[in-house]
Every structure is written in C-alpha cells, then in structure tokens.
Design a protein around this ligand. Structure first.
Ligand code: CP
Ligand code: NVA
Length: 314
C-alpha cells in the first residue's frame, strides 16, 4: 500500500485534511475497487489488526461496510454498542480511549456529540475515525466524492445541490468536501435550517483556496438549475425524533421528485446517503429512476473505507 503520510492520523472531519491527502484516499479506493472486481478481494495489508467500532446510534451501512472492509484487509472488527459498554454506566470517554488503545489498532465511533470523538482522539494512541456525529459524516462524504468522480470523471467545477435540512450532518460534510475539491455546492433549505456558522466559515475558507463556490439558496427549483448532482438526506436525523412534526411541515417543500430532477442538467444524478424515507425527502420514481446512483454510492462506502483503513492504521 502506498504511503501518503496519513499513517496514525485521526479521521474526525474532512477539514483536517489537505486536498492532496483526500485525493490519495480516492486514488487508493479506485485501485482497491479495481482489484476487488478483478477477483483480488483479500489484500491482507492489515493482517492481525483490530478495529473497535463503537455505536451510540443505529447503523446498517457503516457497521457492515467497515466490518467487511477490515476482513478483506486481513484484520478484524469488533462491534461495540455504547449502551452495552461501561461507557453506558459512566466510564469516561477518556478512560475508554486509553484502554481500547491497549487492545486495538484503530477506533471507529458513531456518536451524538462531535466533542466525544475529539475526546476519544485526544486520549487514544490509535487513529479514531468518525462514523457519524450530529455535526458531520466524513466517511460518507469522502465516499460520495469517490462515487461522483467515478461517474463523472472529475470533481472540480461540478455543481452539487443538497436539498433539505441544511444543518444536517451530510449537508455539512458535503459543503466541506466540495470546498476541498473545487466544486460548486449549493444548500437549498428553509429559514431556520441553515448550515452551522462554524461549518460555513470553514467551507468558505477552503472554497477560497480551491476555487470552489459555496452558497445557500432558499428556492429548491432555483437551486437545482444546472445541477450535476442532486443530493438529499432524511428530514429527521437520528436524535431529532422529538422535532419530527415540525420538521415534516417545514421541510415538505424540499422533497426531491421527478419534477425537481427535470430542472437539473439532463445528465444529472441523484444521490442519498441512505437510509431513505420514500415519499418524504425523495419519491420512488427518483430513487428507483434513471437518475439514481444510490446503490453504487452505498457500495463505495466499503471500497473507500478500505482505503481509509489501509492508509491510516499502523
Ligand atoms: N449512510 C449511512 O451511514 O448509513 P447507516 O446509518 O446505515 O450506517
Ligand atoms: N442525517 C442522517 C444520516 C444517516 C446516515 C442522520 O444523522 O440520521
């Protein structure tokens, strides 16, 4: 595996990485996916390595794709539910990080608070990978960059429009990712759902450096004009269940349906990190229609995470 200076690094959010480091992840994923499809599924560069995976929230894709990725790289992944660990009975995140570092070579965690990931990373001697927090979902976003690159042959200059909750972890991560890769990222969201200021500031900084454009546009019909990629996510993220009714009402004008897709470029694709709530943020004719690349998008989580693990774990 080629060494790009990423060994031992944490993967907490994309802003921590230089564009060329993120490109190295994409190139490595491409190589691993090609080898996978040529029959070379097992590439044991992480033989004997263990990954602890802590989940404070549910998961289908992240859990399985990380577990399979470790297996295919010759290592092993251990699923740990936060609730079933001593964490659930008050052991501190710092002490957990110290102890896990004595057993495993990497920690992947899905948590509510980004600050818990930072705490884990501060006290762990092994890389900590963010498997989603309320703030960002960086392994999904870098994988999405790979999927777009795979389908369109480039990232720079492409227009990606996120429709829905602008303060969603995916909206945030796509802003940060697009800013690194010189894309035009538009978030179309109602008042009161704008991306967090700290995320916008960081994305704007990176956008200036990489020739990207970052903007918020209220009207989804206006926003999707000229879009290469239309992206959406759930209206009620994990942990927001109490706000369900209000969110349904506020976000219902932001549904991605065929009529909206027809306003994008004729070559436009539809993406969704999944799980999807069909009939809410996206209609069946879009997610099952010719625009949709969501199943390749889901598959690529595995290839890209293999690249992240191979490059980061020692
Ligand atoms: N997209 C994603 O992270 O899916 P899971 O919640 O199933 O892991
Ligand atoms: N925004 C969603 C993403 C799920 C992968 C959530 O946090 O629930």
């Amino acid at each position: 595996m080629v060494f790009y200076g990423l060994k031992g690094r944490d993967f907490l959010w994309l802003a921590d990485f230089k564009r060329k480091e993120l490109s190295a992840i994409l190139e490595t994923a491409k190589m691993l996916k090609e080898r996978y499809y040529s029959g070379e599924v097992y590439i044991p560069v992480l033989r004997g390595r263990q990954l602890a995976m802590i989940f404070q929230k549910p998961s289908t894709r992240t859990r399985i794709s990380f577990e399979v990725a470790m297996e295919q790289l010759g290592g092993h992944a251990i699923y740990l539910s936060w609730r079933d660990m001593q964490l659930g009975r008050g052991e501190t995140v710092a002490d957990t990080a110290r102890v896990l570092s004595r057993y495993v070579h990497g920690i992947m965690a899905r948590v509510y608070e980004q600050s818990d990931l930072e705490e884990l990373a501060k006290y762990a001697d092994v890389p900590v990978i963010n498997g989603l927090s309320n703030l960002v979902h960086p392994t999904q976003a870098i994988s999405d960059m790979y999927t777009i690159w795979e389908h369109m042959g480039r990232l720079e200059g492409l227009k990606l429009v996120f429709i829905g909750d602008g303060a969603d972890n995916m909206a945030h991560s796509l802003l940060l990712a697009g800013a690194k890769f010189g894309m035009h990222v538009v978030v179309s969201t109602p008042k009161g759902y704008d991306p967090r200021r700290e995320i916008m500031s960081r994305a704007e900084e990176d956008a200036a450096e990489n020739g990207a454009i970052i903007e918020v546009v209220r009207d989804p019909r206006e926003a999707v004009k000229g879009a290469d990629i239309v992206y959406t996510d759930v209206w009620v993220s994990m942990g927001q269940e109490e706000e369900r009714e209000k969110r349904m009402k506020d976000l219902s004008p932001y549904r991605v349906d065929a009529e909206l897709m027809k306003l994008a470029k004729p070559s436009a694709v539809f993406m969704h990190c999944l799980p999807a709530h069909r009939g809410l943020e996206v209609t069946d004719d879009v997610i099952d229609g010719p625009w949709s690349i969501v199943w390749s998008q889901a598959e690529n989580r595995m290839h890209v995470q293999k690249a992240i693990l191979a490059l980061l774990l020692k």
